[in-house]
Structure formats: C-alpha cells, structure tokens
Design a protein around this ligand. Structure first.
Ligand SMILES: *Cc1c(COP(=O)(O)O)cnc(C)c1O
Length: 369
C-alpha cells in the first residue's frame, strides 16, 4: 500500500467540471473575455492542474494574488497573460519583467515606479486598479482625480485594462452594486486623458450574474469556476467540482449512556452507533462545525456529533444500516449531495474559506482535464 493509498481521506477535483464552469461563465458574457482567478493555489484546488485546464478551455488571462504565485504560474503557462493583484512592491520590477508578469498598479507610487522602469526598458503592460468602495487596494478617488489632471504620470504605460472590484456582488439587490458601477464608469471616463480608450474589468463571479452592464471587456471569476454558488439564494448554476470522502476508522456501538469527544458536548444512549472518521481541523474541517455539520453515507445525511478534533470527527450513523457504516467505508463530507456552500453554512463561513483550507493530508486525485 502506497502512502497515498493509506490516506484516511480522498479529495477528488473534477477538472471537467472546472472546464464546463469556465465555458458557462464565458457564455454569459456573450463575446466578452473571461479571465481565470487562480490565487491561493486556485482556491486550494491546485493551481497547476486548474490553470492548465482553464488555458485548454480558452482562458488567456489569469489573476494571482502575489508575485510568487505569478512566478509559479509562469512556469506552468509560458504564453498566458498573468496579472498580480497585490500590486508592484518596492524592488519587484525586475522580477515582474523577468517573468513577463502584469502588475496591477494600486497607487500613484506604483504607477510612477512602472513608468520609470519602462522609460529605460520599453513598453510592458500593466493594469490600473481604481477603488470604487472596497477601501482595500486601488487608487483612491483623490488619487484617480490627480492622475486625470496630470496624465503625464502614466505616459508610456500600455494599460491592458482599468479594473475595480465589487464589494457585495453576491447580493444582487444591494444598491452598492449600482453605486460602484456608476463610480467606475465616471472614473474611467475622467481617466481618458491619461489612459486613452482603455479596456475595463469589473465583475468577479457573482458580478457576471448582475447582468451585461457589469461585464465590460474582461470578467474575473474565481470561486464560481470551482463550483461555489455565485447567485445565492437562487439555485447554483455551476457544476460541482470538489468531492471529499473520509474513511470510517472505527465504529462504536453504544452500550451505556455516555458522551462523545472533547468537552463531552454530545450525549449518546445505548443502541446508537458512532462512526469515527479520519479528518479534522488540521485538514481544514472547521471546528465551528462541531455538533452542526453533516456527512452523507449510503444516500443518508448523518449528523456530525461532538467536537471536531485535530485529526478526527464523529458522526451519528444510527440511521444507516450497519453493513453500510462500518470501518473501511467512507462518509462524504463534501460533494454534490452536501455542497461546499452547505458545508460553509454549517460552519458559519463562506465557500471560499472551505475551499482554501482544504488540507494537505488528503490523497488528492484529479478527474478529467
Ligand atoms: C479574488 C478576486 C476575484 C475573484 O473573485 P470571486 O468572487 O472568487 O469570483 C476577482 N477580482 C479580484 C480583485 C479579486 O481579489
């Protein structure tokens, strides 16, 4: 038995579903271009495999968070446009150039640094990020006004696009969406003297579903590619990508009243059966799922009982036939029958966090691609 076969839990990533999700998002854009956001190791699913799959599906532009991710992705995709969201750090210009990476310029200092660099090295594209309400990264409103009045600050930079990021796009009725759209359009118009008729990018996954006004030239979906619902509370239009199955290590037939796990937070009675499964908070199962989560075995939902511990969780499998819930059988923790979104709700978090915390001890297997 190889170490990977011995693993207590198996994480299966469906690359065919990633590809189908990319195509579905692209179809929504009706001719507009669609990038792939693959930061944080493609939301925990493995940047190399995911990025190759997206490139084969026709994706030509990728976004990562930081420079190291950009350098790693360049080694995988020699041809793609790769943009780095966290911006151009001090002393990083040479590394950006050496790996042909596109900096997202987040303030006037970064614009200045890139302009100076290009003055000696010739034109290389950048993206200009305008803050329209996130108050995180991007040019502030006064900075954008300054650039509009002093267009020479950006002279010689071939901008691939101007972008902004939506703060509440998964809430279709939130008035902030329209506010940001208006803000973005105005900022783009005012910046024509500095940037010319530059392309624009606003929508993340959920932004795509706010309608064509939000599409501009390039969309930047991440989480929807990986199967998380971009349109809550409506049904999920995306295909499920992740399946996580954990082995039952031991089955306890309860013969006297007792409690389960640390802190004795769950009581059991004779006749109940408790299955102990090989995954815990060290594998990214949130401890907040203690006494709140569910798994699925033999088509039945079974409650997670007791505390999530570091390497183990426990389920009450009393409702499942004994031959279906014995050591060696697996319980599905995440899959089409118990989605990332449901898992996140039970844990009091969001699908993004569930995905990006998926652990390193799972046997990872890829399907399709
Ligand atoms: C992460 C990120 C995205 C992708 O967002 P999703 O909600 O995962 O689609 C797009 N743009 C920016 C600036 C981001 O940081």
């Amino acid at each position: 038995m190889s170490p990977s076969e011995r693993a207590g839990a198996v994480l299966t990533i469906d690359l065919d579903a990633v590809r189908a999700n990319y195509r579905a998002l692209k179809a929504q854009l009706r001719g507009g271009d669609c990038a792939g956001v693959v930061k944080a190791d493609a939301y925990g699913l493995g940047m190399e495999r995911v990025a190759k799959t997206l490139a084969e599906a026709g994706c030509g532009t990728f976004f990562v968070a930081n420079l190291d991710e950009g350098v790693a992705l360049r080694a995988v995709l020699p041809e793609a446009a790769i943009a780095v969201l966290n911006g151009l750090g001090v002393g990083e210009t040479e590394t950006f150039a050496a790996h042909d990476l596109v900096p997202v310029l987040n303030d006037l200092g970064q614009v200045e640094a890139w302009r100076r660099f290009l003055a000696s090295r010739g034109p290389r594209p950048a993206i200009l990020h305008i803050d329209t309400g996130m108050t995180r990264l991007g040019l502030s409103t006064p900075e954008a006004a300054r650039l509009a009045h002093e267009p020479e600050r950006a002279r010689g930079i071939p901008f691939a696009c101007v972008m902004s990021h939506l703060v509440a796009s998964e809430e279709a009725d939130n008035p902030l969406n329209v506010d940001q759209l208006v803000h973005f359009r105005k900022a783009r118009e005012r910046l024509v003297p500095a940037l010319g008729g530059v392309k624009a990018s606003l929508a993340n996954s959920s932004g795509i579903f706010l309608g064509p006004d939000y599409h501009f030239d390039l969309a930047r979906p991440g989480v929807a590619l990986y199967g998380v619902n971009p349109t809550p509370p409506r049904p999920n239009p995306m295909r499920n990508v992740v399946r996580l199955e954990a082995k039952i290590l031991q089955l306890r037939e309860i013969d006297r009243p007792g409690t389960v796990g640390y802190g004795a937070t769950h009581t059991v009675e004779p006749g109940q059966r408790i299955a102990t499964v090989a995954a815990g908070y060290a594998d990214g199962i949130p401890r907040s799922m203690s006494n709140r989560g569910f798994g699925v075995i033999a088509g039945k939902r079974v409650p997670l009982v007791g505390r999530v511990s570091m390497d183990l969780i426990t389920f009450d499998v009393s409702a499942v036939a004994p031959e279906e819930a014995r050591p060696g059988k697996t319980i599905t923790l995440i899959g089409p029958e118990h989605s990332v979104d449901e898992t996140a709700r039970e844990a009091g978090t969001i699908g993004y966090e569930i995905l990006t915390r998926l652990g390193r001890r799972y046997r990872r297997q890829y399907f399709g691609g």
